[in-house]
Design a protein around this ligand. Structure first.
Ligand code: ADP
Ligand code: MG
Length: 231
């Protein structure tokens, strides 16, 4: 039971040091309304899953929460910053240094090797790659290979390694294990959970796979334009 936190936090609760992301009164529609007046709060060390049928707006909501899309109504705060009104320059900084966004389709530099892709992340973030992370993602043996020589699953794990090298404060993951087999998917999720716990980061996972979703601390379902708490 969720007793302490309120589902409808006022801006004052942003004083709450453990609050990472706070979405308030989010409404959005494309051809038809997707959600109406949704609130969602993410705290440090917390993992949240959002589930729902295909087309219900999971990716749209994640795009709003991760600064990629401005909602029709409502605001999203990262700590005390309203990310819906940030300048383009500040948004890029936020996405480069603070948010780690993992999509199902991986954005790697083709024509470069796996190692070179990781070195780019090292260079941009000033962090070094955690060799142990590469072992746990089972990609330590493919580093010399070109991106085109890797399987879809290997590419996905490499892109996750690249994102974790940035040490993001919040991971936003949209069907991150969509092209992995069940065992590998679970292993990759475990790496993400360990990362969140160790770094006191937060994660919002969007998936249609309920068994993966229920590994998270909280689960919400998009239902009838609202977010319904199901765990
Ligand atoms: N950029 C867009 N322009 C217009 N319609 C969109 C756009 N993005 C998504 N949609 C529509 O919004 C609905 C929800 O899409 P999406 O958020 O991708 O759902 P989900 O991730 O739950 O499958 C779909 O009907 C989709 O076609
Ligand atoms: Mg989607």
């Amino acid at each position: 039971m969720n007793t302490i936190e309120t589902n409808n936090p006022t801006p004052q609760t942003l004083q709450n040091k453990s609050l990472l992301l706070n979405a308030k009164g989010i409404s959005h529609n494309f051809d038809y309304p997707l959600f109406d007046n949704i609130d969602l709060a993410l705290h440090k060390s917390e993992t949240i899953a959002i589930i729902g049928a295909s087309g219900c707006g999971k990716s749209t909501l994640l795009n709003i929460l991760s600064s990629l899309l401005i909602p029709n109504h409502g605001e999203v705060f990262y700590e005390n910053t309203n990310i819906c009104t940030l300048s383009q320059k500040k948004l890029l900084e936020l996405r480069r240094n603070i948010f780690g966004i993992i999509f199902q389709a991986h954005y790697l530099f083709r024509g470069f090797s796996a190692t070179e892709n990781l070195q780019i992340a090292e260079f941009l973030s000033g962090n070094t790659i955690d060799k142990d992370l590469l072992k746990r993602l089972k990609i330590d043996h493919i580093l010399h290979q070109g991106i085109g020589e890797l399987s879809g699953g290997q590419q996905q794990r490499l892109s996750i390694a690249r994102i974790l090298t940035k040490k993001p404060k919040i991971i936003f993951a949209d069907e991150p294990t969509g092209n992995l087999d069940k065992t590998t998917a679970k292993e990759v999720m475990d790496v993400l959970f360990e990362y969140v716990a160790y770094e006191k980061a937060g994660m919002i996972l969007v998936t249609h796979e309920e068994d993966l979703a229920f590994l998270c601390d909280k689960v919400y379902k998009i239902n009838d334009l609202k977010l319904e708490r199901v765990k």
